[in-house]
Design a protein around this ligand. Structure first.
Ligand code: ZN
Length: 160
């Protein structure tokens, strides 16, 4: 079966940056499972994986525009430390979860200087070219229930 919208795809991946350093990999854990055509993986990869079948392996470099987006300076803000709950616990590099307009956002604390905390709401991989190595493990039709829920269910039935 070819990968097309409405199929459940399981794949192994390794993701590297421009220096060939590994950012993320499914090696040693379960393959990633998603529903094709639902925007659950980055657009550049979703486009390139379309039409492939189980057993296919390929490499692809996805530009930031089709990955996690460009780094937007408007997503960086400076807030006073004493206005953040538990502010004294904060450290540079820490991730915080905030309630945003569209649900939960993850922001990263990039700098703490005196009472000024710099917060970056860009995706940690924004602005990066994503170098993927992909191996397609399995392709099957999504069940009606999976399509309704918008996520993949495990082999033993409904897990969500
Ligand atoms: Zn479900």
């Amino acid at each position: 079966m070819k990968i097309s919208p409405g199929t459940v795809v399981l794949f192994d991946y390794t993701l590297r940056d421009d220096d060939k350093d590994i950012i993320d990999s499914s090696k040693g854990s379960e393959p990633l499972a998603y529903i094709q055509g639902e925007g659950q993986i980055v657009p550049g990869l979703e486009k390139e994986i379309e039409g492939r079948v189980a057993g296919d392996s390929f490499k692809i470099s996805v530009p930031a525009e089709e990955g996690y987006g460009l780094h937007n300076p408007e997503n960086i803000s400076v807030v006073p430390l004493d206005q953040i709950d538990g502010g004294e616990e904060l450290e540079e590099g820490m991730q915080l979860h905030t309630e945003g307009e569209f649900g939960e956002d993850t922001v990263i604390i990039t700098k703490i200087e005196g009472n000024e905390v710099t917060i970056d709401g860009n995706h940690p991989l924004a602005g990066m070219t994503l170098h993927f190595e992909i191996s397609v493990r399995d392709v099957r039709a999504a069940t009606e229930e999976e399509l309704e829920h918008g996520h993949v269910h495990g082999p033993d039935g409904h897990l969500h």
